[in-house]
Write a protein that binds this ligand. Structure first.
Ligand SMILES: *Cc1c(COP(=O)(O)O)cnc(C)c1O
Length: 235
């Protein structure tokens, strides 16, 4: 298993190549290093190799790492499900939440966001496989939820996130089309008002499919295995 710094360099290379192939600016896609199940020491190594943004799935696991790494200027993204009883910690310690799928959680985060912090960045998670078993919103549910969230003062609604089934690259194109359609039809998502909102984020693509996601318009890829290695199987 090559060192984390080597793996990071090779992911950045893959991203640059995918941008070039898609005729996109190399700076138009951000890398989120998904550090779930990895120890704080691995995150520190990634930081030393220039990585700032990290994604965690489980709030309880993230709590310890955020405390252990408080000396570093890291940006923490929650990409896993969020229950009501964990919103206070998330509002106080995370910079982004990608997995918003209902108003109640968004409202709690806005209320609980400490006044000294900037608005919490959020994305809405869309179920892009149309499987009832999967989490996330249907595209039909998005407009009403967006209109309800936009007035919340301590959130900044940035865009959409999806976790399609492996190989479902069409889902990336569908999400990108939905993103543009919402922007064209919902007042407040046109990015013309200074301040918030900044409707600018399509969080899609992982280790196996980041090229396809970038070709479809991803602005943020979430990569775990290709940086940190294969995760231990969770009990
Ligand atoms: C684990 C995870 C990732 C990273 O997946 P890899 O295949 O390890 O790159 C990305 N997004 C979400 C939501 C995840 O849970």
């Amino acid at each position: 298993m090559p060192a984390i710094a080597t793996q990071l360099a090779s992911i950045r290379q893959r991203m640059a190549q995918a941008c070039q192939a898609a005729g996109r600016n190399a700076g138009s896609v951000r890398l989120l290093a998904v550090s779930k199940t990895r120890p704080a020491g691995d995150i520190r190594l990634a930081h030393d190799a220039g990585q700032i943004e990290f994604g965690e799935n489980y709030v309880q696991e993230a709590e310890q790492k955020i405390a252990a790494l408080a000396d570093l200027p890291l940006s923490w993204h929650l990409i896993g499900p969020l229950q009501s009883n964990k919103t206070r910690f998330v509002a106080g310690h995370f910079h982004w939440v990608h997995s918003i799928d209902r108003f109640k959680i968004a409202e709690r985060l806005s209320i609980q966001r400490p006044a000294h912090l900037p608005p919490l960045n959020i994305c809405l998670q869309v179920n892009s496989d149309d499987e009832a078993s999967k989490s996330g919103l249907t595209s039909a549910e998005l407009p009403d939820l967006i209109k309800a969230i936009l007035p919340l003062p301590n959130l900044c609604l940035r865009g959409l996130m999806c976790i399609p089934a492996p190989g479902n690259h069409q889902a990336f194109h569908t999400l990108a089309a939905t993103f543009r359609q919402l922007q064209a039809t919902i007042p407040g998502l046109d990015n013309k008002t200074p301040g918030k909102p900044h409707w600018d984020t399509l969080s899609m693509g992982m280790s196996e499919d980041l090229e396809a996601a970038i070709a479809a318009g991803s602005t943020l890829v979430r990569v775990g295995t290709a940086i940190f290695g294969v995760r231990p199987v969770m009990a």
